[in-house]
Each structure stands twice: as C-alpha cells, then as structure tokens.
Design a protein around this ligand. Structure first.
Ligand code: ASC
Length: 150
C-alpha cells in the first residue's frame, strides 16, 4: 500500500514538473495560466517597446533583462490551450482548436522573434532594438488578428 502511494506521489510530482505537457486541474486554471503567462510576457515586451518608442528612458541593462524574461515567457502560454479550454473567461477564438497547425505556427514565429529581440537588446543599439520590436509586435498582432476575439 505504501509503495503504491509512493508511486502515485512520484507520478504526480513528475506531471507537475513538466510545464510543456502541463496538466491542469480545471479548464479555468489553464485559461488563467495562459492569460497570466501572456500578461507577464506583454509587460516585459512592452517595456522594451516603450524604450524603442522613446516612451520610457532607454536603459540597456533593463532592456536585456526584460527581453530575456519575455523570451522565456513566450514558451509558456501554449500549454494552456489544450482541448476543452475553449469556453470560459477567454477571448480565444474556436479556430485555435480547429486550425491548430496555423496557431502553432504563430506561436513558433513569436518565439523566434522574441529570441531575436533578446539578441537585439544585447547590441545596445536602439535602432536594432526598434527593428526587432516591430517584428515581434507584428507576430503578436498577426496571431491576435486571427485568433483573438475583439
Ligand atoms: C504588446 C502587447 C501586445 C502586442 C500587440 C502588438 O505590447 O501587450 O498584445 O504588443 O499590441 O500589436
């Protein structure tokens, strides 16, 4: 009996330790998870974009740190778009689940642009950062235009 409990606990711990195949107790949790991941990403991306646009004073070190966080966060939301998470407190369009390959492509595109943005911030050159910010913002927008309700 003790052994079975130990196996069950080990299995549960393993599930919790693997975010890419994250299992959520409720659809509501998956929705919260992806929204919060996207929020943390947007706050960090927005800071770099603000610097690029001259709305926030340029701080090269903060730009790198923010871009690194945004890049990391860009890997997380997608685990929260599993089957059965299309209904609830969400603007996610049903097409996310019916055109999954297209949605996944947008996610991959974003991850690529976020990675290039980190590289750009490391140059410390504001024009280089601006170009990368525009490309990254374009990736955010393309997906929103297709897969997020107004
Ligand atoms: C952001 C943010 C988005 C994107 C999008 C780009 O800073 O929060 O969702 O940029 O506005 O078009």
């Amino acid at each position: 009996m003790k052994k079975i409990t130990a196996y069950l606990l080990a299995g549960a711990a393993l599930l919790m330790a693997v975010p890419a195949s994250a299992q959520f107790a409720k659809a509501e949790d998956a929705i919260k998870y992806r929204k919060n991941a996207l929020f943390v990403m947007s706050q960090n991306f927005g800071r770099v974009a603000g610097m690029a646009a001259g709305r926030i004073p340029f701080d090269a070190k903060v730009a790198v740190e923010s871009a690194e966080i945004a890049e990391f966060m860009a890997d997380l939301p997608w685990a929260g778009f599993g089957p059965g998470t299309d209904k609830g407190d969400t603007r996610a369009k049903p097409e996310i689940w019916t055109e999954k390959a297209k949605f996944d492509d947008y996610a991959k595109k974003l991850q690529g642009e976020m990675s290039k943005l980190t590289t750009a911030t490391k140059t410390g050159n504001l024009d280089t950062i601006k170009t990368a910010v525009n490309a990254t913002g374009g990736a955010c927008k393309a997906c929103h235009d297709n897969f997020r309700a107004k």
